[in-house]
Ligand binder design. Sequence first.
Ligand SMILES: Nc1ncnc2c1ncn2[C@@H]1O[C@H](COP(=O)(O)OP(=O)(O)OP(=O)(O)O)[C@@H](O)[C@H]1O
Length: 226
Amino acid sequence: MSLELNNVNLTYPDGDGVVTALDDVSVRVEPGELAAVVGPSGSGKSSLLAVAATLIRPASGRVSVGGTDTLGMRPRELSELRLNRIGIVFQQPNLISALTAVEQLMVTEHMRARPLREARRTALETLASVGLDGKEHRRPHQLSGGERQRVNIARALSARPDALLVDEPTAALDHERGARIVDLLSEATRTFDVATLLVTHDTEYLGAAKQVLEMRDGRLSAYETA
Ligand SMILES: Nc1ncnc2c1ncn2[C@@H]1O[C@H](COP(=O)(O)OP(=O)(O)OP(=O)(O)O)[C@@H](O)[C@H]1O
């Protein structure tokens, strides 16, 4: 089921006035499809992801995840939706330093009340699917930057979410590692049949995207190469 934003507007208070972060934004991403959003700093890309993740409620407009309209959902329902149907990958992996790769995933499986044995099986399967076979029992400091980002992506995918929201996943990586992470996201998007929305500064990685959009001053439109 798709990820869909319709006519979304978002403002933040700014002194006596307001700053418009999202201005009538609409986008639809189908399952198995990767959409990339580029745009200058401060144009509203992170705000777009935060609204799609239901972390911020827009002033107006609709956000629907996996066919479920989130408008009117209570905070508790939204928390459940985020836990079970939305995967979020931030720029920094935010892994817990004391836990092994498999344990990082099991923590969130535990929050989903999965039985231990099933949680471990899902965690191991998901880690294997992102190329971390044989490294499941390593702690973050025993993994490379790219591998840590893979654990992060695996953790976001372990619930088999409807939507995967990715914020600048290549920012802390060199070109080659960055390219491999985008390839992995593109492959995982198809394997997990998830609707992926990727925000990136790097226009060189856009080949993997089915649609490329550009954010400028809070407005989203088709990206045109210069
Ligand atoms: N919590 C907030 N309160 C007030 N203004 C905010 C808040 N968060 C973001 N903004 C403003 O909203 C606009 C969009 O910010 P946003 O973080 O979405 O941009 P961005 O494209 O992700 O930028 P970057 O690439 O630098 O991360 C900016 O003008 C920013 O200053």
